[in-house]
Write a protein that binds this ligand. Structure first.
Ligand code: SF4
Length: 117
């Protein structure tokens, strides 16, 4: 098999398969990328909790740029019902990204539970 014949899911060896994906660009406030449009399953399907208890909308916000509260100090129901949390969800419903980190996140339709990152 020549290298130019390789395609996604090509079997390389027993139990070893090739996975071809586009380069993943981590969301960052420093990114040049900017788009206010897009949706995401964050907050609707999942949240992230950093080691210090900071609640973030997704596993990509590893620095806690979107700090929604702290699980060690705040009631989760209060966080979910907070204006910031609800504005993000309502924005995603209309394909509008509210938070700056989301606008600098190249994921167009957000992370589903089945997406690999
Ligand atoms: S748009 Fe990107 S940064 Fe924002 S919540 Fe979704 S995955 Fe996270």
């Amino acid at each position: 098999m020549g290298i130019y014949n390789l395609s996604d899911n090509t079997k390389l060896a027993k139990n070893v398969y090739l996975s071809i994906n586009k380069e993943f660009i981590w969301p960052s406030l420093d990114n040049d990328y900017y788009d206010e449009n897009g949706s995401c399953y964050a907050l609707k399907q999942h949240i992230g909790i950093l080691v210090d208890g900071t609640i973030v909308p997704c596993c990509l916000d590893s620095k806690g740029d979107i700090n929604l509260g702290n699980i060690l100090e705040d009631n989760l129901d209060d966080i979910i019902n907070s204006p910031r949390y609800q504005q993000m969800i309502e924005g995603f419903k209309c394909s509008k990204k509210i938070e700056m980190l989301c606008k600098k996140c190249p994921i167009k339709s957000g992370i589903k539970n089945t997406d690999s990152v």
